[in-house]
Design a protein around this ligand. Structure first.
Ligand SMILES: Cc1ncc(COP(=O)(O)O)c(C=O)c1O
Length: 423
């Protein structure tokens, strides 16, 4: 499509957008009494208007039924973790028995690494991207120490080439092959939180397996943002949070995927709790842990129903919109943003967009590396009604989300940004 730098053109794209009505299904925050331009769904997704009703249902059942709600609630709490399976499976490209909502992302990453990072004398190394999200770095460091290993010897963090901001797939694959004798685990973000780079899950997984390693992904910035096919891509495990693109509210219940290949491998070491125990015998309270087959056998605690209710509200919207349609709009929306940013500063005097320039290598988010006055510009756009986010040391991340952002908002953002840079 040939884009134009005008509000009339942006509005014309909104008029033909088949997903335009979804915007009104969300609450939109305000800045100084006016609706904000909300470009920070990569940090916290907006609240669907239906969320209150979903949570109120559970509060009402709790009020009316007390403990009996586990069996008698409209959505019985005992089985609540099953209610999100179909929708989550579609979002991450899995079978329902391969996904479960549970815990928080960092907790799930630890649980998965306990099972899938099994270092031996020769094979103990982990490959990941340099500059992974801090929590992931702490997980890797503490897991290595837990196994008595030194992170300086065992953790390989891949950096982009000199003068580049993102990793080349060929370099990732080469490094995996190079370390194949010693590699135990390959773990990457799906979409890198800082640069917005979408990694090739398929190629990384193939290379990791060829090297004899397990392969996992942190999909915090990928789930609900880009189409995924974890089952087909043969990924061993993945984890994600649900408060970003999955709009499940602050601290919303996270998710995990374990490939069905591992479903009946009860020899895998794992941390256990009663909610992962065979549900037929769970209430017999006997000694001897018998995990359920599939990812359900990694659950520890009973399900957080209020948080899960919020998730169900959002998943219903995802099912109506469909990931394929969302991706189609997302590509157009983010390409339009990239076009406007490039029009204004094609020489890179004020900033460079460090997110890959092709849609196949990115999701919604563009990361704008500020050359000067980054903090000041960020504060000016915030005052002018743009909610985006600042990531140290010098990046403004903006993520137009296809469910609730419009082309007109992207255009208005570009005007506000230009003004903040030049005045
Ligand atoms: C890529 C990534 N990993 C991990 C986390 C930590 O998530 P949680 O606090 O849900 O464990 C985040 C949070 O934003 C994230 O973006």
């Amino acid at each position: 499509m040939v884009f134009k730098n005008s509000i009339a053109f942006a509005r014309s794209l909104d008029r033909i957008d088949p997903l335009r009505l979804f915007k009104s299904r969300f609450h939109h925050p305000t800045v100084n009494g006016k609706p904000a331009i909300y470009l920070v769904g990569n940090s916290l997704g907006l609240q669907p208007k239906s969320t209150q009703r979903f949570i109120a249902d559970e509060l009402n059942d709790w009020a009316k039924l007390g403990v009996e709600g586990h069996f008698e609630a409209k959505r019985p709490w005992l089985h609540y973790h099953k209610l999100s399976k179909n929708a989550l499976a579609k979002i991450v490209g899995a079978k329902p028995q391969e996904v479960v909502a549970m815990n928080q992302l960092t907790v799930n990453l630890h649980l998965m690494m306990i099972s899938f990072y099994r270092p031996t004398g020769n094979r103990f190394k982990i490959i990941t991207e340099a500059g992974a999200f801090s929590s992931d770095q702490y997980v890797f460091e503490s897991q290595l120490k837990f196994h008595g290993l030194n992170p300086n010897d065992a953790l390989i963090e891949l950096k982009p080439r000199n003068g580049e901001f993102t990793l080349r797939t060929e370099d990732i694959l080469e490094s995996i092959e190079e370390h194949s004798d010693q590699l135990a685990l390959v773990i990457f973000g799906g979409v890198q939180y800082y640069t917005g780079q979408l990694f090739s899950i398929n190629q990384i997984t193939k290379a990791g397996h060829k090297a004899g390693a397990m392969v996992g992904f942190d999909l915090a910035h990928a789930a609900g943002n880009v189409p995924l096919s974890l089952h087909k891509d043969d990924v061993d495990f993945a984890v994600w949070c649900s408060y970003k693109y999955l709009n499940s509210g602050p601290g919303g219940v996270a998710g995990a995927f374990v490939h069905e290949r591992h479903a009946a491998n009860f020899d895998l070491p794992r941390l256990a709790g009663w909610w992962g125990h065979s549900d037929k015998e769970r209430f017999q309270m006997r000694k001897g842990y018998k995990p359920m087959p599939g990812v359900d056998g990694w659950q520890l605690s009973n399900f957080p129903v209020l948080s899960g209710a919020a998730q169900l509200a959002s998943l219903q919207i995802f099912q109506e919109a469909g990931m394929r349609n969302l991706r189609k709009k997302s590509i157009l929306l983010t390409s339009y943003l990239a076009f406007l940013l490039n029009e204004f500063d094609s020489e890179g005097s004020y900033y460079s967009v460090i997110t890959p320039s092709t849609s196949a290598e990115r999701g919604c988010q563009l990361s704008i590396l500020m050359k000067k006055n980054g903090r000041k510009v960020f504060s000016k756009i915030t005052t002018a009604g743009v909610l985006a986010d600042w990531r140290e040391p010098d990046v403004i991340r903006v993520a137009p989300v296809p469910l609730y952002n419009s082309f007109a908002e992207v255009f208005r953002f570009s005007e506000i940004f230009k003004k903040a840079l030049t005045k």
